[in-house]
Design a protein. Structure first.
Length: 105
């Protein structure tokens, strides 16, 4: 094929657990679910609003590890948005042509 290589779009999926999750994702989701189960076992006769608050850790962590288009998951999207707004926005050129011809001779 004239040394043309085609890399599949999902080549990184083989490095993920079940094709979607990193170990950090599963740890985060497991901690949210375990906190929810622990709260359900501790609190008996909860009202509807208390039940919503008790189930909230599992829902929030499940939302964070949910896959989205063009990003790994919503957690990675939020990290990228935070990095964009908090990091330096002025980029300086440091390429191979940063010096003029008179300085290099």
């Amino acid at each position: 094929m004239n040394n043309n290589y085609i890399i599949p779009a999902n080549s990184k999926k083989s490095q993920l657990i079940l094709g979607f999750f990193t170990p950090l994702d599963l740890t985060l989701f497991a901690s949210g679910c375990s906190l929810t189960i622990l709260l359900l076992l501790i609190i008996h006769n909860a009202t509807f609003t208390e039940l919503i608050i008790i189930i909230l850790p599992a829902v929030v962590t499940g939302f964070l590890v949910m896959p989205v288009l063009h990003y790994h998951n919503i957690l990675q999207l939020l990290i990228n948005i935070f990095a964009f707004f908090t990091n330096r926005r002025r980029y300086y050129w440091r390429g191979w042509c940063v010096y003029s011809d008179t300085e290099t001779k």
